[in-house]
Ligand binder design. Structure first.
Ligand code: C5P
Length: 407
């Protein structure tokens, strides 16, 4: 696929180098179009060496090929990362004062913009209006991530991680109706409604504190993205996830296990497949304090009484809220003296009675908050039906293959 990667002049331009590498590694031809300001942050040799193509900001270079028109006409996908406040403004106004904005006017393929700027600039009414204009014209403008900005300040305005941008951009062309030439992608989940839970639940202790876990939500988001790309209607119940929502997916944000249970069960009434990828808290405080728990002068800490949460996966597997529904779980396991990871997984598969259980070993360089994952997929009897190791998208595709083979 031919991708045009526009890079505007912000400090986050260095992250676009990683994005370029990811797109190249995925086998795509990438032409980088930096603005002049972008070259203040990352120089032309870096873009040209990594893309293997010229990287000019100027319409007056490469005149014989009329680059400002030909680039846009031949592109299958255009990504602008980072999209600065200035770039958003120029794009919204339809200006053509450099090669990047000229190309934005000539492309007919899906366009994804990943904004990055200080929070004040992102929240300014002028920027809000520019984003609204671009979205109304069909440009996919991602929400920036929240977190540390250039200096010591934090807030909304960080460029999302390169892997998230790449995945969101590629999903635009892989998904049906994206408006561009799509890569051949099996549509074997077309007509199916899948419900996926992702992230980790938080149980309130008091109005400001909670019991939680370290799940990033990445595997669940990869499941949502790949299911959408394979044609499914996707409802994603996201517990405390700070990732960019995949395009074309309905996201229901939740915090506690009770909220997650309610949202998943409501969506599951109309679902063909339910995948519980969320790390659900096993316990919750019996009675969360109404006011912030005070530190006592005598140093005594009151014990907090906990009770078990319902096992949502086991309930769904037992009840089947829609006849014929396929129920899938995840199990993060560590081996111990008594049994290895797979033996624990087998026991869990039989106990929970889900149709499929994806077992992954945690604490060995795969699992939580890292790019890669490795799973063994078991059926309800504990038999191995598939194994997959790779990116979380790769693992997700392997899981959908296993779901598909169930019929
Ligand atoms: O028992 P364990 O927590 O290891 O099981 C993991 C699987 O069960 C995951 O699919 C998780 O989403 C689900 N689960 C659940 N409700 C709970 C605990 C886990 O649905 N209370």
């Amino acid at each position: 696929m031919r991708i045009v990667l526009g890079v505007a002049g912000g400090i986050a331009a260095y992250k676009a180098v990683l994005l370029l590498r990811l797109l190249r590694e995925a086998g795509h031809e990438v032409r980088v179009v930096p603005t002049r300001a972008a070259l203040e942050f990352v120089g032309r040799p870096t873009w040209e060496a990594l893309s293997g193509q010229p990287a000019t900001p100027d319409v007056f270079d490469d005149v014989p090929h009329v680059a400002h028109v030909s680039l846009g006409q031949s592109a299958d996908l255009m990504v602008v990362a980072p999209a600065t406040a200035d770039l958003l403004s120029r794009a919204a106004a339809g200006r053509a004062d450099d090669l990047l904005t000229s190309t934005l006017l000539t492309v007919r393929c899906p366009v994804l913009m990943a904004p990055a700027m200080h929070t004040e600039m992102w929240e300014h009414p002028a920027t809000r209006a520019n984003v609204a204009t671009l979205r109304a014209r069909g440009v996919h403008v991602l929400e920036p991530a929240s977190g540390r900005l250039t200096g010591t300040d934090t807030g909304a305005g960080r460029l999302p991680e390169p892997a998230e941008i790449a995945a969101a951009a590629l999903a635009l062309v892989a998904s049906p109706g994206a408006g561009g030439p799509s890569e051949p992608r099996r549509q074997d989940l077309a007509g199916r409604h899948v419900v996926i839970s992702a992230g980790g639940t938080r149980e309130p202790l008091d109005p400001v504190r909670y019991l939680g876990n370290r799940s990033s939500g990445r595997q669940g988001y990869a499941l949502a993205r790949t299911a959408r790309a394979r044609g499914a209607r996707v409802t994603l119940v996201a517990a405390n996830v700070a990732l960019v929502a995949p395009a074309g997916v309905d996201v229901i944000p939740v915090e506690s296990t009770a909220q997650l249970r309610e949202a998943v069960r409501a969506a599951a009434k109309d679902a063909d497949v339910v995948v519980m990828a969320a790390a659900v808290a096993d316990f919750r405080p019996v009675a969360p304090a109404v006011h912030k728990i005070k530190k006592r002068d005598d140093g005594v800490v009151e014990p907090i009484a906990l009770e078990a949460n319902p096992d949502i996966l086991a309930e769904l597997a037992a009840e089947r809220l829609r006849p014929g529904q396929i129920v899938v779980g995840f199990a993060a396991e560590t081996g111990d003296d008594g049994a290895d990871v797979l033996a624990h997984g087998r026991a869990k598969a039989r106990r929970k009675r889900a149709d499929l259980l994806a077992v992954n070993a945690v604490g060995e360089g795969v699992g939580f908050a890292v790019a890669d994952n490795a799973v063994t997929i078991l059926d309800a009897g504990g038999n191995v039906v598939a194994e997959a190791a790779g990116t979380k998208d790769f693992v997700a595709d392997a899981l959908w293959d296993a779901v598909h083979s169930l019929g």
